[in-house]
Design a protein around this ligand. Structure first.
Ligand code: NAD
Length: 530
């Protein structure tokens, strides 16, 4: 497949690799560059580092408002071509893009591993899941969004009614670093499939991953910049919010979400917010304890706990509490973080997060919690050994705020009702899980949990189900990505009512006949007042 227009999108390829920096968090550096006329000028550069080794991976453009504006302009023009293809045409392009990503998945995995430090297997899992979403969005957009008839009903029987979902225009996607492919793809794939152009601002910690994705699109359609990347930090993200895009899809912390919304408010730009989480797992008296413990350790420690829908809190019913904790303890002790291929998980990708984790663990212990695995000594930058805390007071920040580290808090509860009340007590409400052998009990609990998604007898079981909408409540955000709702999130609904013939009871006229209204009243009473 080839495109036809002449303009090429801007390049954001890395400009250097080599030497070791002294601090990994220092992603913004000033560089002096010589121009062809010999005049030196200073420019800001975004530098990406490997959090395992502090090795410099590459320099990327620190894009400012002008570059963002230029990118949006190009996106607007490409979007007209893209929208004109219709869902069937876009499906072909998106499936080609999917194939290009899948063919070179090993390269993408390598970039993700280097930028986040996560083990190869985890990066593979992330890329495979992201591709599933791209595939689903491409294949289902037509079914969900194309114009379709709806019933007009008795009182408007003379109307032919239909609903269609139109693209918004250009969507600005702002992503985090913890799942730098899977997470933004939840917006990118669905926004593109709905006919929008996308300008993606990856996290300053993972600019290479975002650039890799944009390059695969550019190789496919060099003259149609339907999907582009702008690299940079918070200022670049803010510039994207100010750039009059038609919607912002933000994924990140609740604190940044507030800033994003404040900027969007200036121009009434709508936004979908995928915020953080403090997910709870509930373990019932009849749960398969070994399965529950395995899931708690995976959900709590996987990706070094840097998962928005990871398990941060467990509420286990007191009759099984001790047995459950013993199983978790045994499994957690086996985990060894590191940089080697056999490591259970990698380093803390964001250096500053280490201090957050330390504060949470210290507060939990100071308030009377007990560490059954690890403790404050487990925190040695950039790796944190597994930490399991029990009987942590509910007002501890390890219970109320997002820890985002390999720390599991397990508290005992009398019964499922108390577990639900505690699970629902934080400002976050993203995901939750429940373990029970009884299907009806599982459903009963799931329906009472304040969360955007609940898994029964698994954690993260929803992640591969592209048809399931995903998103949070409260500090975890609003709006939905994934599934049919995810496609509609990036669309504007338009209703059309076509009059086929004059209505038998003609009421929409200034010459309304008394007889018609009399008859209408009779129909109304007969239908609704009996
Ligand atoms: P963050 O809020 O620090 O940054 C997210 C993105 O926002 C980055 O690209 C950053 O450059 C940009 N940004 C920062 N300030 C900005 C501003 N003023 N205006 C516009 N953009 C700005 O989050 P993070 O540390 O990258 O990611 C971790 C957080 O993301 C956690 O809270 C995690 O739970 C959450 N997360 C949520 C989901 C989800 O789907 N709900 C998925 C993954 C991560």
């Amino acid at each position: 497949m080839t495109d036809s227009a002449q303009n090429s999108p801007p390049q954001t390829a890395p400009t250097a690799t080599a030497t070791s920096p002294t601090e990994t968090e220092q992603t913004k550096t000033e560089q002096t560059k010589a121009t062809p006329n010999g005049v030196e000028h200073r420019s800001l550069v975004l530098t990406s580092y490997d959090p395992r080794t502090s090795e410099l991976l590459g320099d990327y453009a620190m894009m400012g408002a002008d570059e963002v504006t230029r990118t949006i302009r190009e996106a607007k023009s490409a979007q007209r071509w893209w929208a004109g293809l219709g869902s069937a045409g876009r499906k072909r392009w998106l499936l080609d893009w999917k194939k290009a990503i899948a063919k070179r998945a090993a390269d993408l995995v390598e970039v993700v591993v280097q930028e986040t430090g996560k083990p190869h297997d985890d990066a593979w899992l992330e890329v495979m899941l992201a591709v599933e979403h791209l595939d689903w969005a491409a294949k289902n957009a037509g079914k969900v969004l194309d114009r379709h008839k709806v019933r007009s009903g008795l009182v408007a029987i003379n109307q032919a009614s239909s609903v269609g979902y139109e693209p918004l225009g250009v969507v600005g996607v702002i992503g985090p670093w913890n799942y730098p492919v899977y997470t933004p793809m939840g917006s990118i794939a669905y926004a593109l499939a709905a006919g929008n152009a996308v300008v993606f601002k990856p996290s300053e910690l993972t600019p290479g991953t975002g650039t890799w994705l944009a390059e695969t699109w550019r190789t496919l359609a060099p003259n149609q910049p339907v999907f582009q990347v702008v690299t940079g930090d918070a200022d670049t993200g803010a510039a994207l919010c100010r750039s009059r895009v038609d919607k912002v899809a933000f994924t990140g912390s609740a604190a940044t979400a507030r800033k994003v919304l404040a900027i969007c408010a200036e121009s009434l730009t709508p936004a979908v917010i995928e915020g953080g989480g403090k997910d709870a797992m509930i373990v019932g008296a009849d749960a398969k304890l070994d399965d529950a413990a395995e899931a708690a350790v995976f959900g709590g420690m996987g990706n070094a706990g840097q998962t928005c829908v990871g398990v941060e809190r467990v509420y286990a019913v007191e009759t099984v509490f001790d047995d459950f904790v013993a199983l978790v303890e045994k499994k957690a002790r086996k985990l060894k973080p590191g940089a080697d291929r056999g490591a259970a998980y990698g380093p803390m990708t964001r250096e500053a997060q280490v201090e957050v984790v330390r504060n949470h663990v210290r507060d939990a212990l100071d308030k009377g919690g007990t560490a059954v695995v690890g403790g404050l000594d487990s925190i040695r930058e950039p790796y944190i050994q597994p930490i399991v805390l029990v009987d942590v007071p509910e007002d501890s920040i390890a219970v109320t705020e997002e820890t985002f580290g390999p720390v599991l808090v397990i508290n005992r509860v009398r019964d499922l009702s108390e577990a639900i009340a505690r699970a629902n007590a934080t400002s976050y409400a993203l995901g939750a899980s429940v373990f029970t052998r009884d299907t009806r009990t599982g459903q009963w609990v799931a329906e009472r949990l304040r969360a955007g998604v609940v898994t029964i007898n698994s954690v993260l079981g929803f992640a591969g189900v592209a048809a399931l909408p995903f998103g949070g409540v409260g500090d975890s955000g609003f709006g939905r990505i994934h599934g049919a709702d995810g496609l509609r999130e990036f669309s504007r609904v338009k209703s059309i009512a076509r009059q086929k013939r004059r209505a038998p009871l003609h009421l929409l006229t200034m010459d309304r006949k008394a007889r018609h209204l009399r008859l209408s009243k009779w129909v109304f009473k007969t239908r609704h007042a009996r």
